[in-house]
Design a protein around this ligand. Structure first.
Ligand code: FW2
Length: 289
């Protein structure tokens, strides 16, 4: 029942990775979560340069070695360079999403891409399957052909899809990456990779505690509050709202996203806050009661 946070990447106002803020954020998160997933979607991984991906790893690693390092790139040489870079670190694993954008890539090319990375990796290798973003759904059959694969994160609203990997290979570590399925992922898979862990790690940790104590009704209520928060956040732009939500829920600032993920305006932050406050109070009552 692992909780993995796909950590957001804080930027300065002029668009540089804000390493000190990132470290401080990870210091706060690691009290509640098991693993930090670096350069994921929430971390704006596809929008980071190779050098920035190295910077985020180095910063997070100053705080914890419980890290999965996402290296995916449309330029395989860059992805390989990142895998090689990771050899100097003691990590939980390296991960990659599928090549994307280009349509109808033959399956064997996709497999070649993953195998080139997994062979070079000195750490456990994980797949990040995110079909609605990459355009490629890596099937359980194909996953089992990736050499030495340790596990995967399946960002998918269909829990049955994530379960297929587990059924096809019970040894695989399988996480679901949907914020709205955290409860079900904790119950039926190896855990969750949830972007909400950036601003509500205490809620996820309480949800897991409730499950362990057999208080499933309470755990489900936490999920329903999270779903309501997501409804609000999506109206303002979920990725950008995640930054503002850290301040609303945790009380500290985590810098800015970087365009094309535009920061919320002061007015939007104010509105978001007023919509989320009642949910925050409800969550606090639930987890303290
Ligand atoms: C990541 C995640 C969570 C995402 C999900 C996408 O890397 O950010 O897949 O928030 O909506 O694993």
């Amino acid at each position: 029942m692992q909780i993995v946070v796909p950590v957001l990447t804080p930027f300065t106002k002029d668009g540089k990775v804000d390493k000190e803020t990132l470290k401080e954020h990870v210091r706060n998160l690691i009290k509640y979560v098991d693993v930090v997933f670096v350069n994921g979607t929430t971390g704006l991984g596809p929008a980071l340069s190779k050098e920035e991906k190295k910077e985020t790893l180095s910063a997070v690693y100053d705080v914890t070695d419980k890290v999965i390092f996402q290296v995916g790139s449309l330029n395989l040489n860059d992805a390989v360079e990142l895998v090689n870079f990771s050899k100097d670190f003691h990590l939980v694993g390296v991960a990659s999403y599928s090549p994307y954008y280009f349509q109808r890539l033959p399956e064997k090319w996709i497999l070649n891409y993953f195998n080139e990375l997994s062979r070079k990796a000195e750490h456990d290798f994980y797949l990040y399957n995110y079909p609605s973003a990459t355009g490629y759904d890596i099937s359980a059959k194909l996953v089992n052909k990736i050499e030495g694969i340790k596990g995967l994160k399946d960002t998918n609203q269909d829990l049955a899809h994530s379960l297929e990997y587990k059924i096809a290979n019970p040894h695989l570590i399988v996480y679901n990456g949907s914020d709205s399925l955290v409860y079900y992922s904790l119950l039926s898979l190896d855990g969750t990779v949830a972007s909400v862990a950036n601003h509500s790690p205490h809620l996820l940790s309480a949800m897991r505690r409730f499950i362990k104590e057999g208080k499933k009704e309470k755990a489900l209520q936490v999920q329903l509050i999270i779903n309501s928060m997501l409804d609000v956040m999506r109206r303002y732009g979920q990725l950008s709202s995640t930054y503002s939500m850290v301040e609303v829920m945790m009380g500290y600032k985590v810098g800015y996203p970087r365009p094309p993920i535009y920061p919320l305006s002061e007015e939007e932050i104010h509105q978001l806050k007023s919509e989320v406050e009642p949910l925050k109070r409800k969550a606090e009552e639930l987890i303290s009661g």
